[in-house]
Design a protein around this ligand. Structure first.
Ligand code: OSB
Ligand code: MG
Length: 407
């Protein structure tokens, strides 16, 4: 009889280590916390200038804030969901719904517990990472204050100041883009990211590169391209860009891998990495060369830190992105940016790049060297100015715990 033997399977490529879903040992040693009550609110801050990407234009920032109260402490979290689902699937309304109906009831009115236990109680909720991240931020703020540890210390930060870049929206003309870039460079920003879309890409990149030959420069397509646009993406390879951010579909990894194999410029993933597991898949597939860390997109600061660790082990640089946050979310982003593998300047710009008046008592100011100071006070190290908060709040809901209703 003929023996048919299976050919030996090719060895698997080295895979990144298993994810820990971000519920890491970073929470070891934090004091237990009790959450007696919570408030959700919407705040509206006008932007100093309209911000246009391939998916739309924003003129105002609307943020959903989570406020937790326990043991005389107050913890703050900022949810980065937008009014509509054009960048990401969550919206302000879905985040409110999930926080009110599912997430807050797990922690408000519950006994004093280690923060890791509070966080374990919200992991049964699938999806809705922006809602999860907002509650996690507020819990870490409480626990950090109760322990006397800053968020940067909790996450494993190693820097006291972090390098900052700026994300420049699509302007009406190339001349307007050049003026914007010139202004930000004069302020000291270390890197400029140009938002782009098909038809509004190479001409503006070429003009900015000509005017600023040595400026660290990147582009962000916000998923507006396909592999049918390969020719222009390959032409962008000529401009010495630090990276091309999320050119292809928001849920794609395979085509990004094909694209990366054809480009010298590293591809940076943003939308395509909504979790620790997807970061692991991206690394295994070589779907790029770096990842933009946004706590809201991946379910929290601990998950973002876990992705930071995975990327570090894989030799992928990371950097901290932004969602036009108020000073609350900005404090968390700046703490995250202080981690060691964040070797590229972030989209963590100063408060005045977004708002004429930030929500927090101490706005984030750009140093002459293009850096922001990492907050050092326990917890987030930032809280809203009460008078300003009252002025910009457009909706408020009190939450006292499961079974007691809310309203
Ligand atoms: O794609 O990085 C992005 C803002 C909103 C939504 C998505 C993105 C952005 C930015 C701005 O690029 C970054 C910032 O300055 O906060
Ligand atoms: Mg982006």
């Amino acid at each position: 009889m003929l023996a048919v033997s299976k050919p030996a399977a090719a060895p698997l490529p080295p895979f990144p280590p298993e994810p820990d879903q971000g519920r890491s040992d970073r929470t070891d040693g934090l004091a237990e916390v009790r959450v007696e009550g919570a408030r959700l609110r919407l705040v509206e801050l006008p932007l100093v200038r309209p911000f246009t990407t391939s998916v739309g234009t924003d003129t105002v920032k609307t943020a959903l804030l989570v406020e937790l109260v326990g043991d005389g402490l107050r913890g703050w979290g900022e949810c980065v969901a937008d009014p509509g689902p054009s960048y990401f699937g969550e919206t302000l309304v879905t985040a409110r719904h999930v926080l009110t109906e599912y997430l807050l009831p797990e922690v408000v009115g519950s006994p004093r517990r280690p923060v890791a236990d509070h966080l374990r109680r919200i992991t049964w909720v699938r999806g809705h990472p922006m809602a999860q991240a907002a509650l996690e931020m507020a819990l870490l703020d409480l626990a950090g204050q109760a322990t006397g540890r800053s968020l940067a210390q909790i996450l494993g930060g190693v820097r006291v100041r972090v390098a900052c870049g700026v994300s420049v929206g699509i302007e009406a003309t190339v001349a307007a883009t050049l003026r914007a870039v010139d202004g930000y460079c004069a302020e000291g920003y270390q890197r400029v990211k140009l938002k782009c879309r098909p038809g509004r890409d190479e001409r503006v990149v070429a003009a900015v590169r000509r005017a600023f030959p040595t400026l660290p420069l990147t582009v962000d397509g916000n998923a507006a391209y396909t592999l049918a646009d390969l020719a222009v993406l390959q032409r962008l390879d000529r401009y010495g860009l630090l990276m091309i951010e999320q050119p292809l579909a928001h849920d794609d990894l395979v085509d990004h891998a094909r694209l990366q194999a054809l480009l010298r410029t590293p591809v940076c993933l943003d939308e395509s990495v909504p979790s620790v597991a997807s970061a692991r898949a991206a690394i295994a597939l070589r779907a790029g060369g770096m990842i933009n860390l946004k706590p809201g997109r991946v379910g929290g600061l601990l998950a973002a830190a876990a992705i930071h660790d995975l990327c570090g082990a894989a030799g992928w640089p990371t950097w901290v992105g932004g969602m036009l946050e108020t000073g609350i979310g900005r404090a968390a982003n700046v703490a995250l940016a202080s981690l060691p593998n964040n070797t590229l300047a972030g989209d963590t710009s100063a408060s005045d790049r977004y708002f004429s008046e930030d929500l927090v008592a101490e706005p984030f100011r750009l140093g002459l060297d293009g850096t922001l100071a990492v907050p050092t006070r326990p917890g987030l190290g930032a809280e809203p100015d009460p008078e300003r908060l009252a002025r910009v709040t457009t909706w408020l809901e009190r939450f006292t715990g499961p079974g007691t209703g809310h309203g």
